[in-house]
Design a protein around this ligand. Structure first.
Ligand code: IPM
Ligand code: MG
Length: 360
């Protein structure tokens, strides 16, 4: 198969972790007879440094022309980097939001599962970690507070800032349908998360999710308030299968879910539209504190590449080969610093990539 992949290495640890994912993809190509063509694009701080803006129209067009985008991470240290002296719409994150919107990537899938090998790195009590968990956070990605009107102005002599949380029924319906579709391929349970005791947008969310649920009689579904969900995630994560939620809640809950897997460096993600096109990236950030030190955990990015093979290219066997290689490396007790525990062997980012590639 001939696959055209736009690659955005980005900032911070992005280039390191994407480099390892490409190493693993190249091994897959060699072993299974595929061709991966990479078109490298700039986004985030590295694009600001070259073009003065975090994402050019040309980069968007080239991303659109590809079958999928593989992304590292963007952004820098918000208190020290010169990028954060720019107006908000010129900062690295604006590039990420722009590409999500331009490619209509409304469905963000963030799988959070506890590998039995990493129970020692899970910060939860042993009896909770023992039960394990395997959930899919389904985050709406192109609406809500992230894309509503915002402004900061003086009202009656008082500085006032406004962010708007807007959802229409179509935006809710399409992500809910994706959530229930995914649940049908998993354990057939959806937990829809909202704040319907306070927010109108959540009350509409609940109503539409209920309508969609009627078309999926086999799926058990429940509503859960977001504050309760934050608590349940650390109390009893095994209860969750698909967690369906709006943009901001999903941003927060997915970081929490990733932390209980042992490390944010383990959490992959896929952002999808209505077609086979997708953007695949680790859920973690650019980690400027460890950038360039060959310390980052590349597993989330490598798992994201596996998701790309599965969702965009229908290469299930190849995706499985990558996932199995990761499990094998963990079974052999190799760990990057973020998931290191007693008795395990510390390896660098590039060593981890080599180990996984060798086992594909
Ligand atoms: C994420 C990140 C982004 C988000 C930031 C970098 C804008 O935290 O992908 O979760 O909030 O969506
Ligand atoms: Mg986030």
């Amino acid at each position: 198969m001939n696959c055209n992949i736009a690659v955005i290495k980005g900032d911070g640890i992005g280039p390191e972790v994407v480099g390892e994912a490409m190493k693993v993809l190249d091994k897959v190509a060699e072993k299974y007879g595929h061709t991966f063509n990479y078109d490298q694009l700039l986004m985030g701080g590295c694009s600001i440094d070259v073009h003065g803006i975090p994402l050019t129209d040309e980069a968007i067009e080239r991303a659109k022309a590809a079958d999928a985008v593989l992304l590292g991470s963007i952004g820098g240290n918000t208190s020290t980097s010169p990028w954060y002296k720019l107006p908000p719409d010129k900062r690295p994150e604006a590039g990420l939001l722009k590409i999500r919107k331009a490619l209509n990537l409304f469905a963000n899938l963030r799988p959070a599962l506890l590998y039995p090998q990493l129970k020692g790195a899970c910060p939860l009590k042993e009896e909770i970690a023992e039960r394990g968990f395997d959930m899919m956070i389904m985050r709406e990605l192109t609406g809500g507070l992230y894309f509503g009107a915002r402004e900061t102005k003086e009202v009656d002599g008082v500085m006032t800032a406004v962010d708007t949380l807007t959802y229409n029924e179509n935006e809710i319906r399409r992500i809910a349908i994706k959530g229930f579709d995914i649940a049908m391929k998993r354990r057939k349970k959806v937990t829809s998360v909202d704040k319907a005791n306070v927010l109108d947008s959540s009350r509409l969310w609940r109503k539409i999710v209920e309508e969609v649920a009627r078309d999926y009689p086999e799926v058990t579904y429940e509503h859960m308030l977001v504050d309760n969900c934050a608590m349940q995630l650390v109390k009893d994560p095994a209860q969750f299968d698909v967690v369906l939620t709006e943009n901001m809640f999903g941003d927060i809950l997915s970081d929490e879910a990733s932390m209980i897997t042992g490390s944010i460096g383990m959490l992959a993600s896929a952002s999808l539209n209505e077609t086979k096109f997708g953007m695949y990236e680790p859920s973690g950030g650019s980690a400027p504190d460890i950038a360039g030190q060959n310390k980052a955990n590349p597993i989330a990015t490598i798992l994201s590449a596996a998701m790309m093979l599965r969702f965009t290219f229908d290469l299930d066997k190849e995706a499985e080969a990558i996932e199995k290689a990761i499990i094998q490396v963990l079974d052999e007790n190799y760990r990057t610093i973020d998931i290191l525990s007693d008795g395990k062997q510390l390896v660098s980012c590039s060593e981890m990539g080599d180990l996984i590639a060798e086992r594909v």
